[in-house]
Unconditional design. Sequence first.
Length: 520
Amino acid sequence: MHWDIGWIATKRAMITPDRTALIYEDKTISYKELNDGTNRFAHLLQEKGLKKGDRISVLLLNCPEFLEVFFAAAKLGLIFVPLNFRLVAPELKYQLNDCGARILVFHDALIKSFESIRSEVSVEEDKYLYVKSGVPDAPPCPDWAVSYHEAVRSLSAGEPVLDAPPAIEDPLAIMYTSGVTGAPKGAVLSHQQTYYKNAQMMMYTDMRETDVYLSQLPLFHSGGLFISATPTLCRGAALIMRQGFDPDKFASDIERHRATIILALTTMWRLVLATGKLDHVDLRSVRVVLGGGERTPPSMLDDLAAKGLHMQQGLGLTENSAMILLPRTDLHRKHGSVGLPGFFTHAWIKGADGNEAPPGEIGEIVAKGPTVMSGYWNMPEKTAEAIVSGVLHTGDLGYRDDDGYFYIVDRAKDMYRSGGENVYPAEIEKVLAGHPGISDVAVIGVPDDKWGETGMAFVVPAKGATVSKDELLQYLDGKVARYKYPRHVEFIDALPMTASGKVKKVDLKKRFGDFLRSEP
């Protein structure tokens, strides 16, 4: 028996065939139906000559076909490469060629994203598969592609027969980091790591077969695929999916489908709260609320708690998702903490001397265990920098309290020194985020003739609010030391963000020169 991740679809179709696996746009799909679709696509891949170790990419909105391709690739030992559908053509070209994808499954609404570079990528001419999305005015299937559903319609739903089954240590997926700075890196994740993550999430949420998990995170995101979909389907629970994030439907789906576990990033929660719909839906079915992170203002946690939604924060990254998680029993006792290392994760604070730092001392968060990535695709030097003697260096700065609970301070690369003092932008951002006139804020370190570096705040005012620089500085009074005050403030309409909700601070630093030239 080979214990690849595709076994989840196979086994669930055996033991819970009629149980609901997916609720997609309010339509239910059983575990048998999911596995049948998976197997038909696996047979198509075999017909097209794909072999163990080949890479298969998808450029898809959230849909059942995404998971069919994922599980089919897993069964055959192919390496699954999900692409961010918000990327532009040159970015897609880089990732497709970097991984050497042989096949691409894409949604009709996304054709324009890559059509101009189609002749410049590694995908073979006869291996483009078109999926109809239902998006209005989406183009029809082009002559250089084949309709996904037409191609699989007549194929067998039986389990594929393999000459070389995948081993549990084999690569399952390549997930590209968001590329906040420099070229994206492809984190290689194995079947074994994914099973450990499944177990870690199931234990953390006390997941049950009767659970209904609501997440509208994109499936190309590690949070959507490996924190939501894979553990939910492994457990035999139901996953609520929509093609994309819709804050109104997110709120309504809690009541409509009696969701018991819900996950959303901070930006998503902000939009859900803004609809006001949480005040008018029945939330009593919810047992677990996941999300947040270091950019979650305390006021948001309080707003959700007032509605009975007690958010459990955590820390994870593509290279080791959901590695630190806050138990629900500690939500109030350890307010502001991201929690404790998961069952299959060992994490600690690395001090400046390279040793484990004592409680209260700020250092880099490092981790090891079976949930850590295998490495970066075709980047041995970057892998060696990130994983040293089996220890993953996250680049996140934090500290632990006397009870071992972790607190995030900032990204190591975001810290700057002003007048010889370390300044962590996340600290200032967290305070400013509590101002009622601010919707979002990011702080960066910029050169300063007097202090070496100083802070610059990019502020997105709340709708209808008028905020001045003096008012912001006054708001900081008594909350942070004066040397941490940003010297420069620019008000902007929106922060540049990656698809995973991270601020592109490299883009903000590019704006600094323009700001100086315009500053009186």
